[in-house]
Design a protein around this ligand. Sequence first.
Ligand SMILES: Cc1cc2nc3c(=O)[nH]c(=O)nc-3n(C[C@H](O)[C@H](O)[C@H](O)COP(=O)(O)OP(=O)(O)OC[C@H]3O[C@@H](n4cnc5c(N)ncnc54)[C@H](O)[C@@H]3O)c2cc1C
Length: 312
Amino acid sequence: MTNVLVVITSPDGTLKKNQQELLTLGRSLGDVSVALTGDASAAAAAAAYGASVSYTAPESLGSYGASAQAAFVAEAVSRSGAATVLLENTVAAKETAAILGVKLGAGVVTDVVSLAADGAATKSVLAGAYTTVARSRGAVAVHTVKSHAVEPSEAPVEGRVEAVELPESAFATAARVLSREAKPKSGRPELSEARIIVAGGRGVDGDFGPVEELADLLGAAVGASRVATDNGWIGHDSQVGQTGVVVSPQLYISAGISGAIQQKAGMQTSRVIVAINSDEDAPVFEIADFGIVGDLFQVLPQASEELRRRKG
Ligand SMILES: Cc1cc2nc3c(=O)[nH]c(=O)nc-3n(C[C@H](O)[C@H](O)[C@H](O)COP(=O)(O)OP(=O)(O)OC[C@H]3O[C@@H](n4cnc5c(N)ncnc54)[C@H](O)[C@@H]3O)c2cc1C
């Protein structure tokens, strides 16, 4: 059976939903172990999702950038005999995956939306215009997997913890993190993990109120087009797209966004897309499952009102 290594960073000993998903996906492929950085007590949470071994990193590793992370994961690959490595689909994880690929001579596939037992990884490319299936030909395959690839489920095992020591040389050329500041919590889910996203573009004309109101009623994250973030109407970390966050939620509600190719690149693999746009020829309708031709300042408040009525 294939050995699978899931790479997890946990600052507080808990697992995020997309990390639970990676462990669940890993179990469908083989025997799962974890390369764990951050709070080592997350090993217990990983065992609840089927990780039989957690390789823990030296405490100092958290202060270093991707090359030191990759050195640690490479050591965990060697100890676990993993043929498949799964990472989150964040910018930081992709950087680690790239360095790891070079170190191990492994094939690297990013932005994966599904991974079959035979290693065939599905992703969309060229700003969502094509869906491709790729399989690594090397001894080790490295995948960064988008959120919502699978539904997370627990499968408790008695996990073992194995501390990994790294030589000083592993850190010698690595960039060192000098300070960290936690982002103030918005109370909304993380954009990259949210099951539902309500996103606004130029059409909101500076007023994200109706977008945020609907998002809060749905327990959704708020996303935006680049025009909205460049105008300072909302923070840059809300930007969805080619140069923003790549998302794949169950439901993406797009309001006042034309659907430029760079926006589509970040949301086209959403399970259901609802588009609201006053221009019936807007390109976003080409990829929408449901389209509403109308003024978002009328449509969004109506949707919110109906949700409030149904919630009683
Ligand atoms: C290298 C590069 C990278 C880029 N990366 C990204 C990226 O990551 N993400 C991204 O989003 N863009 C990105 N862009 C920009 C992208 O090309 C588009 O310019 C941008 O997505 C357009 O944003 P928009 O849809 O909000 O604005 P517009 O294209 O101006 O569309 C606004 C839409 O709102 C509709 N509208 C107006 N008023 C209303 C109303 N009251 N009710 C309903 N609908 C209304 C209009 O009909 C129109 O369709 C990138 C561009 C480049 C060159």
